[in-house]
Design a protein around this ligand. Structure first.
Ligand SMILES: Nc1nc2c(ncn2[C@@H]2O[C@H](COP(=O)(O)OP(=O)(O)O)[C@@H](O)[C@H]2O)c(=O)[nH]1
Ligand SMILES: [Mg+2]
Length: 290
């Protein structure tokens, strides 16, 4: 992939502000949940949080697991488990895994208070565990907060930072959730992270060249027989394309979908959009990019 296309960054001022916001939020809580996109667990993980929250228990929440390839995801989860992380899988849209997350919060929160003998609060009948949900934009933080809270209390949408004031949402007897998610900026520099974030819809794809994104995806899917079969099935490619170039496969998809400019010229932009939209919504299949 073209390197300089991925070379986009948050402004340094934004990052400083995000770090400071995060630090002040983390001081207030006992448990930090880091939400990841299950399709790109590495690229959606900003390691800065592990520095800032190093004294607090951290739960990794693998969200959007409905879109993920469980074969690959399970391997990643084993990796993270072996590193000692607490892990929960969620499909926040459907509320799946939310009870497991609540139980995990109680468990690690209780361990934390006991091992730190915090303000003798651990001896209380109803100790309160305060929680922050953090992650990059669009990873599903607001949806998870809504589902944890059991009602629509925060805005769900594509704009990070819609909730401004610091307020707590009480859940059950023991949990208080900061209703402002901790926004982490996505990292865009290593291992095509920017490209993967754009393909999965975690950053605006318009920032990158969408045709290049679609090409990247086709190239990637071709390397995995199962994934490539999913692509062929989706677009009705029954002919032998094993010796085709990537762009020829791309054009075939355009053809199959009738994405033409005037005459018989394939509309590359439209074709790219079709492929990317259908990947993002999981229509091509359950596919992990790492
Ligand atoms: N397929 C799927 N989509 C999800 C899931 N969780 C959230 N989303 C969608 O991802 C988009 C961003 O979610 P949002 O909660 O606003 O993300 P935030 O920016 O991290 O607060 C929304 O369109 C949600 O409906 C999930 O588990 N599965
Ligand atoms: Mg949000």
């Amino acid at each position: 992939m073209n390197e300089n296309k991925t070379n986009i960054n948050w402004f340094p001022g934004h990052m400083v502000k995000a770090i400071n916001d995060m630090k002040s939020s983390i001081k207030l809580v006992d448990v930090v949940c880091v939400v990841l996109d299950s399709r790109i667990p590495d690229s959606s993980k900003n390691n800065i949080i592990f520095d800032i929250a190093k004294d607090k228990p951290i739960i990794l929440v693998f969200n959007k697991c409905d879109l993920a390839d469980m074969n690959k995801l399970n391997k990643k989860i084993d990796e993270y488990n072996n590193k000692g992380y607490e892990v929960v899988l969620t499909n926040a849209n459907l509320g799946q895994g939310i009870n497991e997350l609540l139980n995990k919060i109680l468990e690690v929160g209780s361990n934390y208070k006991h091992s730190n003998k915090l303000s003798s609060e651990y001896k209380k009948v109803t100790p309160i565990y305060r929680v922050l949900i953090s992650g990059i934009p669009n990873v599903g933080k607001s949806t998870i907060i809504n589902k944890l809270a059991g009602k629509r209390t925060v805005n769900v949408g594509n704009k990070p930072g819609v909730t401004k004031s610091k307020q707590w949402i009480r859940i059950g007897k023991n949990i208080e959730l900061l209703d402002t998610p901790g926004i982490l900026w996505p990292k865009l520099d290593e291992n095509d992270a920017g490209v993967k974030l754009a393909i999965t819809g975690n950053i605006k794809e318009e920032i990158l060249d969408i045709e290049e994104l679609a090409f990247y995806l086709i190239k990637y899917l071709r390397q995995n027989e199962i994934y490539f079969n999913m692509l062929k099935l989706r677009y009705g490619i029954t002919e032998d394309v094993s010796s085709c170039e990537d762009y020829e496969i791309f054009e075939k998809i355009g053809e199959k979908r009738g994405a033409y400019l005037k005459g018989a010229t394939i509309d590359y932009n439209k074709t790219a959009k079709i492929i990317l939209d259908e990947f993002k919504s999981g229509k091509i299949g359950k596919i992990n990019l790492e």
